[in-house]
Design a protein around this ligand. Sequence first.
Ligand SMILES: *Cc1c(COP(=O)(O)O)cnc(C)c1O
Length: 362
Amino acid sequence: MSDLPIRDELRGVEPYGAPQLDVPVCLNVNENPFPPSERLVADAARAVADAVRGLNRYPDREATRLRERLAAYLEREAGVSLDAGQVWAANGSNEVMLQILQAFGGPGRTALSFAPTYSMYPEYARDTSTHWVAARRDDDFGIDEDVALKAVAEHRPTVTLIASPNNPTGTAVPLGLVSALHEASDGVVVVDEAYAEFRRDGVPSALSLLDTHPRLIVTRTMSKAFAFAGARLGYVAASREIIDVLRVVRLPYHLSAVTQAVAVVALEHAVELQGRVAQLRDERDALAAWLREQGFEVAESDANFVLFGRFADRHAVWQGLLDHGVLIRETGPDGWLRVSVGTPEETTAFKVALVDVVKEQR
Ligand SMILES: *Cc1c(COP(=O)(O)O)cnc(C)c1O
């Protein structure tokens, strides 16, 4: 093994991923806990059968029908008018993000983000040989504009990455900050809106800036609010020029005909799939309030999870919960844990287990 000519930065590195354990209550990867309806299952099965009839042929390389439907969805969701040429799709927003780094990062270039944030970002940078810089977020996990602008001036990033709402903290950043970063840098500014549909009322989407910010890229996913994590469909909205560059670096036929067909069906059922989003937002606010009542610190969240703490030994708490059949995520700043919002039954199981575990550890 050690004789293999592995790149130095990959030597001894473990593959990324949260533990996939067979546990009764899984609240660790921010999935939507509600499965698709039988009606959607039937429609998707029919669409898959049709797609399979044509699998002797390569899929539509441009995923045109899907991109048209995604543009129409974004128009409904955020009130922003887009056409298919301003939208791009790939296998999860993970792949979209890698394509962005392939197109705008690379050797001798820098990607900038603000920690604590999504732990995949440094991996995209590593895999594209892009220099990685993480500036600090505030104590309340917001981004201080002076700190951000100083980091841009110092590092001259070609890619600035902002998750909003941020993972693992749940923090949304104001659009004024996105605008200031765009103005201060010559690079692309990426706002990762994987959790956008869970934002609280009055919190705008960066999609509304696309018109006036030509180097802005907004990424979205069907993995969270859409309850479609298993289908692997992420997408991006940006200028036509940016989309055309992403089309240069994508692998040919990267998005299978089956994925495209299933995603189109999901978009036809968007209202149903997202019917539970409002409920999950209410559950999130209730869970945050309950955690505060128990005396925990809780980060403000516009996502479908809550970061809470602080624990002298967070691993012991995580393990204790797992011993009670509840899997959450040991991530983020030391002393904090992240729990996804589940069904009411799952949330109750989490609360009961947490009270027990904390009592046991006193
Ligand atoms: C979950 C998540 C994604 C989505 O990844 P997919 O590849 O679309 O499943 C993207 N960004 C952040 C910050 C996330 O937490």
